[in-house]
Ligand binder design. Structure first.
Ligand SMILES: Nc1ncnc2c1ncn2[C@@H]1O[C@H](COP(=O)(O)OP(=O)(O)OP(=O)(O)O)[C@@H](O)[C@H]1O
Ligand SMILES: [Mg+2]
Length: 526
């Protein structure tokens, strides 16, 4: 006990002496000599204490912008902190799917290892005593992380390690973030305070490539394409192309185009920007919307053929208009108003896909969907613009098996063979198959649902046959009508020809009506 007391009193007097010496140094030591003295003392300290320390402050710059590095380090250390530190802070992070993020409390220390080198991270804070900037009073404590390591590892830790920490921290943030489904606001709502071009909700669609019904080979091809794209940052930079990829999904309604987009977003961990083109006034607005999208996102334009008149017809219409304008400049003026309301043009959209502005942000996927691929303008869908065309087709046997697994949790059943044969002969969408496979009551077992599906496919088959017959009948009727019309026209021509021959003064009875016509056409008078 006595010993303890003595040690404490010695320590106390040591601290008091140090404080006294520091006060003397601060008060009487000439200012000019302080620099060299401090430099030498630092050299001495580095000899005695061979460690390097780096500070990462929470706020930097005149306008106290939050330091991205600090946030990344905080996230990077959160796992290590929760395992090692004894005093922790819990922070709710915006747009994160984690309820709270744990970080170490002030003066706590955690260790980390990189390529066999040990480092120490400490959370620190200082409360400023003076107000340096009257416009931004520093009333709050300044927090920072301190990284300590041996000076012999300076090169590797200052370069590779810090880079690793920042990248990993950002990657964790992306993994933990709540993904967004954004829709564009009409431009008349863009003006006011706090107004935004995009509104968002949390994206929680459960679709995945596992639940998507399509041929496994095709599915794998798409997954590989997406993986290659997500790892292609350097590759895209090397070949001088913006880091983006375009997909065109086409197929009849209910074949899973929207489900595919949701599955892609879940697989890539991307946000979705669902762009409603009909509310976009012009190309300028389109550009403004585009630059507000973030990277790691899918920009979707659904039903591109309906969103805009971007089909070949539009071009023709436009050409016609231009011809009229050339003839009549007044009509051009009259149409001026209409032109300005013409909203987004094909060239505007092409610029959006692969013009200069499309490169901002990077790591983005653009998806167009359509039910009628043949209606689209070739310029819009040519290779290079839409890098991959994916056909979403009617339900085949492989796709059916995925749905049976999803909805009924079965891999096989004696009825599968019948269904397989029926699907080969009938076009039925995965949406219709899914609808029939879904148990409608508690008593519906797998067999009941499969039988229901068989009935549905048979009905679809009968309807398809009836439709085909009806179409064939209408076609035959049309052809017959056209034939009759042609014959009537021929008769009229023949009669007028025969009459003309008569009018030329020569009475010739021409039995062969074709010959009469020919004589008339060639102006021959017999
Ligand atoms: N390939 C599929 N795999 C799994 N489920 C599917 C598939 N296709 C359709 N479905 C089911 O049908 C529903 C409708 O599908 P979805 O909306 O993806 O079709 P779509 O092709 O986008 O149709 P539309 O052209 O009308 O927009 C989905 O909710 C899903 O349950
Ligand atoms: Mg859809």
């Amino acid at each position: 006990m006595m010993m303890m007391g003595e040690t404490w009193s010695q320590l106390g007097s040591l601290i008091a002496t140090a404080m006294f010496l520091w006060a003397m140094f601060d008060k009487y030591f000439p200012y000019q000599l302080r620099g060299p003295i401090l430099t030498y003392s630092k050299k001495l300290a580095s000899f005695v204490y061979p460690y390097i320390q780096i500070k990462f402050q929470e706020f930097t710059g005149e306008y106290l912008k939050r330091n991205e590095a600090y946030a990344a380090i905080e996230t990077y250390l959160s796992n290590k902190s929760s395992a090692e530190a004894r005093s922790l802070k819990a922070v709710v992070v915006r747009d994160s799917n984690q309820p709270v993020q744990l970080s170490m409390d002030e003066n706590e220390e955690v260790t980390d290892e990189f390529e066999g080198i040990k480092v120490w991270w400490t959370a620190k804070s200082i409360t400023p005593r003076t107000q340096s900037n009257p416009f931004y009073p520093e009333t709050e404590e300044k927090r920072y992380y301190k990284l300590t390591f041996h000076k012999s590892h300076r090169e590797i830790l200052c370069g590779k390690y810090i880079n690793h920490v920042l990248q990993e921290g950002k990657a964790i943030t992306v993994r933990n973030r709540q993904r967004k489904l954004c829709i564009n606001n009409p431009s008349q709502n863009w003006g006011g305070y706090k107004s935004r071009k995009w509104s968002h909700v949390t994206f929680e669609h459960p679709a995945s490539f596992d639940t998507l019904a399509m041929e496994s080979k095709k599915k794998e091809e798409i997954i590989n394409d997406l993986i290659k794209f997500s790892q292609g940052k350097e590759y895209y930079a090397k070949i001088g192309k913006a880091w983006k990829r375009g997909y065109l999904l086409y197929g009849p309604p209910g074949t899973g185009k929207s489900s595919m987009i949701a599955a892609m977003a879940n697989f890539m961990n991307y946000d979705i920007y669902d762009l409603e083109l009909t509310t976009v006034k012009d190309n300028t607005e389109l550009r403004r919307l585009l630059i507000e999208t973030t990277s790691k996102s899918i920009i979707v334009i659904e039903d591109i053929d309906c969103s805009l008149d971007l089909t070949g017809q539009r071009k023709k219409k436009k050409e016609q208009v231009n011809d009229e304008e050339k003839k009549d400049p007044a009509s051009k003026m009259a149409k001026g108003e209409e032109e300005s309301n013409s909203k987004v043009t094909l060239s505007g959209l092409l610029n959006f896909i692969d013009g200069l502005w499309s490169a901002c942000g990077g790591e983005r996927i653009i998806v167009f969907t359509t039910n009628y691929v043949e209606k689209l303008d070739p310029a819009l869908i040519r290779r290079g613009r839409m890098d991959k065309h994916i056909e979403m087709s009617y339900c085949g046997f492989e796709a059916f098996k995925v749905l049976a697994k999803n909805y009924l949790n079965i891999d096989s059943h004696p009825l599968f063979m019948t269904i397989g044969h029926l699907l080969e002969e009938t076009n039925i969408t995965p949406a219709d198959v899914a609808e029939n496979l879904m148990p409608k009551s508690l008593y519906d077992d797998a067999e009941t649902c499969l039988k229901k599906l068989i009935e549905a496919i048979k009905t679809a088959k009968e309807e398809a046959i009836k439709k085909a017959e009806e179409e064939a009948r209408l076609k035959a009727e049309k052809e017959e009508k056209e034939k009759q019309e042609t014959t009537q026209e021929d008769v009229k021509v023949d009669e007028s020809s025969a009459k003309e021959v008569k009018e030329n003064g020569v009475e010739v009875v021409i039995e062969d009506k074709t010959l009469a016509k020919e004589i008339n056409e060639n102006g021959v008078t017999a």
